[in-house]
Write a protein that binds this ligand. Structure first.
Ligand code: NAD
Length: 711
């Protein structure tokens, strides 16, 4: 079997250990890699060997822990043992009495950074794109290879808390500045030369924490400064996470308790907390969705197979308003030439000015250069003339949300481009199959639903109309990946997937108001449920008048189709507020009074919707908010709107922030099991109405023991 580490002993007596895990695109920490490092440690003990350089033969240094292995753990003893076994090898590495340098040639993340921390010096190539960090917390985990033990002893508890607790990336320059890196290098040759020089200059290297009289930089947990930090930080974190992310708490506990002990005891404590995280439902949910399902989507799981990959060269964007301007920006950023069309040249130029604004800010903050800005802007051509669209190989319309206007621009664009160019609509509410009727070729018509602001929101919901061909879908899918966004693919339906399910969350909160639930309890329940924004504030942001307009449109459309329309009990509340001009944030008033200083719940809400003497339990409110969404998502599966579990889970988290620790709207059900879901949904239906009657697919699953298929 090929070894995970190539060992080369140079004439200078320096052993170079290059990690190169066979059959994997990246190095990941697991049994195989650690066995390779153990062999390197043995070689290091040989008298002829003067020191060791740990580096990688792959593009990245090491990407983190082996999640495939973690997914198989069933008892807390397994993660505990794995964590302790890794630490044993790393301890031997740093206690050999010979210098060890990490030559970081690419990303050093998670377990990768922990390997580097066990080396006496860390040198990285100074590329701003090279990422260094402990992102475990983002998957509900804690660095279990010594991260919460070595980092505080190297850069202080406060910085370690930030690195491990927030999980962000550091650039080499930043890591150098805080003392996490020993030095930076220009390129690979320089990296190796510096690593060798460091070994020659430090023949008896020791870790600071193994020196007598070692003191933690900034003080240990007993020091006044750290005691103060630990008095405040956990409550701030708990307020932010609402206690839904156990890893955040465990990281703080590991840092605190470890900061009271010697190195080896702190290591054991860390492994215990690691095991608790690895066994938590939150981490299972997040790994399943935000790792496996997200990767499956990015690798094209929802893209039709057998269609040749495509790349957009020139994009036409019709409508240079908020959305069109954003779509033009992200596309030009990805190197695509963009024709940005509006009814007047001035309007089109205003749309282009949006890119200019974003780029000027980036240049000012040192995140871009004048040359890059100018090159990007040169790719956007504003115009009011349809002839300029000639040569576009994809068109996206983002004009007013009006069928007639959309039909008109479709016809005008096709008069220049012909029927074969793929035509997409960014509509947020109008069914795609209907809009496609204005097209010369409905097979080439598709929905590409972006979210606002386009440059910050990573999701694009691709909507397949009745006539949309596989080739058209593949083209849309490839374009979304080309601009670096995440595509989900859904079938056509009113509100598609995201708007439809998102709506159940805000409307449930609004319905509670009518029942006399205290508005503050509703808002707190939203946050406790793990949603990024509470329902009433969110409806204010989206605007009540838009919600009403969409509902009225749906009612009209359904009447025309001869179908029944059932109004959500919350819609009456929205109507009442709109009637008195409280239409949301844009008017400065909705459920809240909005001002430059912030927002405050409108005091008169209590007069309009008197608060009941008997208030429900918070748990009841939280369940209503979450079950409303999950049940609607299940209905989307039942009706064939959702085409895969991954699309539902990723769409719900990236689209409207469905509590990430649940792993998405369908994983919410998978985690509790269909039988438990159905039982609770029936209780809620009996108490609050038929919207909670469990979707047929859930009843079937409950009866057969089925679940939504994982990636
Ligand atoms: P907007 O009002 O900011 O922009 C619309 C632009 O279209 C305006 O610049 C207008 O001048 C232009 N326009 C209108 N008629 C035109 C015509 N006949 N020819 C050329 N240009 C014309 O609206 P927006 O918020 O950017 O929304 C655009 C579309 O995107 C709508 O379909 C909307 O439903 C959808 N959408 C909006 C959001 C959002 O959050 N705002 C999110 C997703 C999708």
């Amino acid at each position: 079997m090929a070894s995970a580490i190539n060992l080369t002993l140079g004439d200078d007596g320096i052993l170079v250990a290059a990690m190169d895990l066979p059959g994997r695109p990246m190095n990941v920490v697991g049994d195989e890699l650690m066995a390779g490092i153990a062999v390197a440690v043995e070689r290091l003990a040989e008298p002829a060997v003067k020191g060791l350089i740990l580096t990688s033969a792959k593009a990245d240094f090491c990407a983190g822990g082996d999640l495939d292995r973690m997914s198989k753990w069933t008892t807390p003893q397994q993660p505990f043992d794995a964590s302790m076994a890794m630490k044993k090898v790393l301890r031997q590495l740093e206690l050999q009495g010979k210098p060890v340098v990490a030559a970081i040639n690419g990303h050093a993340l998670g377990g990768g950074l922990e390997l580097a921390l066990a080396c006496h010096a860390r040198i990285a190539i100074n590329q701003p794109r090279l990422k260094i960090g402990q992102p475990e917390v983002k998957l509900g985990l804690l660095p279990g290879g010594g991260g919460t033990v070595r980092l505080p002893r190297l850069v202080g508890i406060q910085q370690a808390m930030q690195i491990c607790g927030e999980g962000g990336d550091l650039s080499p320059a930043k890591a150098l500045g805080m003392g996490l890196l020993t030095a930076v290098a220009q390129d690979r040759d320089d990296l190796m030369a510096q690593a060798k020089a460091w070994i020659a200059a430090n023949p008896k290297a020791k870790q600071p924490w193994d020196l007598p009289k070692f003191r933690m930089p900034g003080g240990d947990s007993r020091s006044p400064a750290m005691a103060q930090l630990f008095a405040i930080a956990p409550s701030i974190a708990a307020a932010k996470s609402q206690g839904n992310y156990p890893a955040v708490q465990h990281i703080m506990s590991s840092l605190f308790e470890g900061g009271l002990m010697d190195f080896d005891n702190a290591s054991v404590v860390e492994s215990r907390y690691f095991a608790a995280c690895a066994m938590s439902q939150a981490s299972r949910n997040m790994i399943s969705t935000l790792w496996y399902q997200l990767n499956a989507i990015k690798k094209g799981a929802s893209r039709p197979a057998g269609v040749a990959p495509s790349k957009v060269q020139q994009l036409g964007v019709l409508g240079a308003g908020m959305m069109g301007a954003g779509i033009a920006y992200v596309s030009a950023k990805a190197g695509i030439r963009v024709v940005l069309l509006d009814s007047t040249l001035e309007a089109a130029e205003r749309g282009k000015a949006y890119s200019q604004g974003l780029l000027d800010k980036a240049v000012k903050r040192g995140r871009s250069t004048v040359e890059k800005r100018d090159a990007l802007l040169a790719r956007i051509t504003p115009t009011a003339d349809y002839e300029v669209l000639a040569g576009c190989d994809l068109v996206i319309e983002a004009v007013f949300e009006d069928r007639a206007v959309k039909a008109d621009v479709t016809r005008q664009a096709q008069a220049v481009l012909g029927a074969d160019v793929v035509f997409a609509s960014n509509t947020s509410t109008l069914p795609i199959s209907g809009l496609a009727q204005a097209s010369l070729k409905p097979a080439h018509f598709i929905g590409l639903h972006f979210f606002s602001p386009v440059d910050k929101m990573p999701l694009v919901e691709i909507i397949v109309g009745k006539a949309t061909s596989n080739e058209t879908l593949a083209k849309g899918f490839d374009y979304v990946l080309q601009i670096g966004q995440t595509p989900i693919v859904v079938n056509d339906s009113r509100g598609f997937f995201t708007s439809r399910v998102f709506g159940t969350y805000v409307m449930e909160g609004i319905a509670m108001l009518k029942e006399g639930v205290h508005p503050r309890s509703i808002e707190v329940a939203g946050l406790q449920a793990g949603m990024p924004m509470p329902p009433l504030a969110l409806q204010d942001e989206v605007s009540l008048s838009l919600g009403l307009h969409v509902a009225d449109q749906a009612k009209k459309d359904l009447a025309a189709e001869g179908k029944a329309y059932t109004e959500h009990p919350g819609m009456g509340v929205v109507r009442q507020l709109c009637e008195i001009g409280r239409i949301g944030k844009k008017a400065g008033k909705g459920f809240y009074d909005w001002s430059a200083d912030g927002k405050q719940l409108w005091p008169e809400l209590a007069t309009m919707f008197p608060v009941a003497a008997q208030q429900p339990e918070q748990r009841e409110l939280i369940d209503r908010l979450m079950f409303a969404q999950a049940n609607e998502a299940a209905r989307c599966v039942e009706e064939g709107v959702l085409r895969s579990t991954a699309d539902g889970n990723i769409g719900s988290i990236f689209g409207w922030g469905f509590a990430p620790f649940h792993g998405g709207a369908l994983q919410f059900i998978n985690a509790m099991g269909a039988a438990a879901f159905v039982a609770r949904a029936r209780e809620l239906a009996a108490a609050h109405g038929p919207r909670f009657v469990p979707a047929a697919v859930m009843v079937r699953q409950a009866e057969t023991g089925g679940r939504f298929a994982d990636a």
